[in-house]
Design a protein around this ligand. Structure first.
Ligand code: IPE
Ligand code: IPE
Ligand code: MG
Length: 250
């Protein structure tokens, strides 16, 4: 089977992306401060990382903090930054033991210095791991990503390294944050909202999208199985005419 045909028939997503939404509402429902919802959300993240690694997902991309989330109250932003630092401190050794490679995407220069350092250390320590790549999107925005790619491409044009006529889809993709990891096959958004909220704008062009009403801290293995079942039931056409089931030959 050639690559394209395999893509059309593959029942399991190779790259899963998740907008982990609903922590604040979960906390409010439980009479707790919003940050307690973020803490509870870490448990779901851990569970989903384990489940995806078991399911042989190659890349899992988690949206943890958006470019726009800086506009939240300073106390919440600070609590989130502390939580990221603490979680990295606690979890990186386990991820490394489980052969998971960590990669961060986002405007990391805007993060607290200590978090930047933890990110660099985590990426460095796990760089050679092969079981699964876990991408954490922190201070990330889809528009930011396209802008940073455009800047880098423009600089290469100015330096005479690329001709304007040679800029195509592949060149742009190579300058985006997920370069080399492939587009997400499946996007899951929890928390009931049906929007992309400036997540991966370029890369989601042909992703299957599962919107779940479950709030992120309640998201569990059975919700993930639902998302996998949804993905398995989709016929991915990538703009082409679908192959009727009975006509397809192996
Ligand atoms: C998602 O949960 C986590 C972050 C954006 C950091 P929210 O904090 O957006 O939770 P809701 O949407 O207010 O319930
Ligand atoms: C998206 O959730 C960002 C993350 C989950 C990190 P938001 O809660 O920020 O999105 P909106 O504001 O509802 O669109
Ligand atoms: Mg939200």
């Amino acid at each position: 089977m050639n690559d394209e045909a395999e893509k059309l028939e593959s029942p399991l997503p190779r790259h899963v992306a998740v907008i982990m939404d609903g922590n604040g509402r979960w906390a409010t429902q439980h009479g707790l401060p919003r940050v307690a919802g973020h803490r509870a959300g870490v448990k779901s993240a851990r569970l989903i990382v384990e489940a995806c690694a078991e399911a042989q997902v190659e890349t899992l991309t988690l949206f943890a903090f958006s470019s726009e989330n800086w506009q939240r109250p300073v106390d919440e932003v600070n609590a989130l930054m502390r939580l990221f630092i603490e979680v990295l401190q606690r979890e990186v050794a386990t991820l490394h033991k489980n052969d998971v490679r960590l990669r961060f995407i986002g405007a990391r220069e805007n993060l607290p210095t200590i978090l930047q350092k933890r990110i660099e250390d985590a990426e460095h320590a796990t760089a050679a791991n092969q079981r699964m790549t876990l991408v954490l999107a922190v201070a990330f925005g889809g528009r930011w990503d396209i802008v940073q790619a455009a800047r880098r491409i423009a600089a290469k044009v100015r330096a005479g390294e690329i001709d304007v006529q040679d800029i195509d889809d592949a060149v742009v993709a190579r300058h985006l944050s997920l370069a080399g990891l492939g587009d997400p096959d499946l996007l899951i958004r929890t928390g009931g909202e049906k929007r992309v909220s400036n997540f991966l704008l370029w890369d989601l062009a042909y992703s299957e999208i599962q919107f779940s009403d479950t709030l992120w801290p309640d998201f569990d293995r059975s919700d993930l199985d639902d998302a996998f079942a949804f993905f398995g039931s989709r016929q991915r056409r990538f703009g082409r005419v679908g192959i009727p089931k009975e006509a397809s030959v192996d």
